[in-house]
Ligand binder design. Structure first.
Ligand code: PEP
Ligand code: MG
Length: 577
């Protein structure tokens, strides 16, 4: 009898294949105290396991075939770099020595401390970095425990299979992709995890967060995986097989069509040029952005430079990183100043009191930078100096009133004066813009538009703050609704205020890269979309097929109907040919 299971669909595509479950790799960790004389040999055991884990990752890295998208290698490089992070190696050795405990227990303490730092973060992207810590530590743990996991992409009959596991690391995915896995299903993970991002960029259908998948699915049984809807259908009947085979063919035709769009401009059917930009987080991502055909970078999140370390990055270190990225991007690059909050400084060796009750409403982003001008000054100097290498814009996050914007602009002006006096080169006319991600800023957009040189709508936070729901709290996720009329009103108002003042308005939240919302946003007048590089062709496809005048006419009045259902019906009509 067929069995329907539901998880979170994170990478589109249909697979029909047999199940191959991952075996081994259980992490049952013994905990014991060491005799004084055993401490040094235990540290040596950890050092050996750590070196072995690094060799394994290097081997995976070396096996990445030519022509694989650049971000795949970047994920593995991130893990190799993390292996060398002193917060993992030194802290584990210190736990073994100071606590006289075995290497596995020491490593788990290190891992848990690092994970708790990431879990307190408001930023969903940064929170996903906890997965990296988890994957890197699990690899070392499995070596220490001699319990390496077997994960295979092939069924007992030798055909591509659906891999089913508790979790899948980026390194696992590379191996699975090489063996042409049909799809994978995991018990943990979310849509913003690296596993999900990698699956999307490799085009492997994937469902994550399907609790109990290993218990409910049997090795070798046939399953259908729908990576968009998040469904897994075990033991399907002929009717279901027929339906999904059709869907599979449609999906394959669609993907083949996208590749042809690579060199094409994003111009709508009625001749409106649309700018498709990339969101990036790491210096290596600049290459990925270029390869994707993005016309520039609409959001570079700079937080990574500040994380997992004891001291704050110096101006020189920041300048080197920014200059490298700016030189690698041929279009304009919009660099966002620090978006850390009181809860996110734990590892930077700074003083911090008790965690605030509502960190998302607390001292974060521009508020923190204005409270600690020296922190801001160092970053701004580095950003301005990097502007000598390309076209840079500076974007201020979490602006909630004009006063903040002006204060930040004054500090930037002071940094310019310093650099001028020191004779250091920088571009004189770097535009300063505001992220519109707090409802107050969206409502006050006409006033802000008289001072900002551009806007970028951060829907991830705008939705969270408008609807009063924590964007990373699973309990209230069902309320996270980008189509809520209040959210759409704020988006439209921001776009119109920018247009009225003659400044460009982009969108860099997840909504901009979600094909379900492209026509709606075009209909609201959005022209600049910034997203994960992997989404660019998908969105371009919709743009080139759209008649923007028709979409705008269809949206006229729809937002003012006041009835969410009318609005939803109208949005559904936008998709009709
Ligand atoms: C946003 O809030 O939409 C945004 C792009 O910023 P972040 O996700 O980094 O908060
Ligand atoms: Mg934000």
């Amino acid at each position: 009898m067929s069995l329907w299971l539901s998880g979170i669909g994170v990478s589109r595509g249909i697979a029909i294949a047999r199940v191959q479950k991952a075996h081994g790799g259980d992490l049952d960790v013994p905990e014991y105290r060491l005799a004084v004389g055993d401490v040094e040999s235990e540290i040596a055991r950890f050092v050996d396991a750590h070196a072995h884990a690094k060799t394994q990752l290097r081997e995976v890295r070396a096996r990445i075939p030519e022509g694989t998208p650049g971000d795949i290698a970047a994920f593995i490089d991130t893990h190799i770099l993390m292996m060398d992070d002193r917060s993992i190696t030194e802290s584990t050795a210190a736990h073994i020595r100071d606590g006289r405990i075995n290497a596995e227990t020491a490593l788990i303490r290190t891992r848990d401390a690092l994970i708790s730092v990431f879990e307190q973060m408001d930023d969903a992207y940064l929170r996903t970095r906890r997965d990296d810590v988890e994957h890197v530590c699990s690899r070392i743990l499995r070596i220490l425990l001699r319990s390496e996991r077997q994960i295979s992409a092939r069924s007992e009959h030798g055909e591509p299979a659906v891999g089913v596991a508790d979790d899948v690391t980026p390194a696992d995915i590379i191996l699975l992709a090489q063996q042409q896995v049909a799809a994978f299903v995991t018990e943990y993970g979310g849509p913003l995890s690296h596993t999900a991002i990698l699956a999307r960029s490799l085009g492997i259908p994937a469902v994550v967060g399907l609790r109990d998948a290993r218990r409910l699915l049997r090795d070798n049984e046939t399953v259908i995986v729908d990576g968009e809807a998040g469904h897994v259908l075990a033991d399907p009947d002929t009717q279901a097989l027929g339906f999904y085979r059709d869907k599979q063919r449609q999906h394959e035709r669609h993907r083949a069509g996208l590749v042809r769009l690579k060199g094409r401009d994003a111009v709508s059917r009625d001749g409106v040029p649309i700018r498709l930009l990339a969101n990036i987080e790491l210096p290596e991502d600049a290459r990925v952005a270029e390869e994707s055909g993005a016309q520039g970078v609409g959001l570079y999140r700079t937080e990574f430079l500040y994380m997992n370390r004891k001291e704050l990055p110096s101006e020189e270190e920041q300048y080197d990183a920014y200059a490298r990225i700016v030189s690698a991007v041929s279009g304009t690059i919009t660099i966002r100043t620090l978006d850390l909050g009181a809860d996110k400084q734990v590892d930077s060796g700074r003083s911090h009191g008790p965690l605030p009750t509502n960190p998302a409403l607390g001292l974060r982003a521009i508020r923190l930078c204005l409270k600690e001008p020296e922190l801001f000054r160092i970053q701004v100097r580095a950003l301005l100096r990097a502007s000598a290498h390309g076209r840079v814009q500076i974007m201020l996050p979490m602006i909630s009133n004009l006063q903040e914007f002006r204060q930040a602009a004054t500090l930037i002006e002071t940094a310019r004066a310093e650099l001028r006096a020191e004779g250091r080169p920088f571009a004189e006319n770097v535009p300063i813009g505001a992220m519109i991600e707090v409802p107050a800023a969206a409502i006050a957009a006409p006033m802000l538009a008289r001072h900002a040189r551009f806007f970028s709508i951060g829907t991830n936070d705008l939705i969270q703050y408008t609807l009063a729901i924590d964007r990373v709290d699973d309990e209230v996720n069902y309320l996270y609704d980008p189509l809520h009329p209040a959210v759409l009103h704020l988006i439209r108002h921001t776009i119109e205020s920018g247009r009225g003042a003659g400044i460009p308005v982009a969108m860099c939240g997840e909504m901009a890269g979600d094909p379900r919302f492209t026509r709606l946003l075009l209909g609201l007048g959005l022209t600049d979309f910034s997203m994960h590089p992997n989404s660019i062709l998908e969105i371009k496809q919709i743009v080139v097929e759209s008649d923007i005048a028709r979409l705008r006419a269809a949206m006229t009045g729809a937002l003012d109907s006041g009835d969410p259902q009318t609005l939803r019906d109208r949005i559904a009509e936008l998709d009709a040919p």
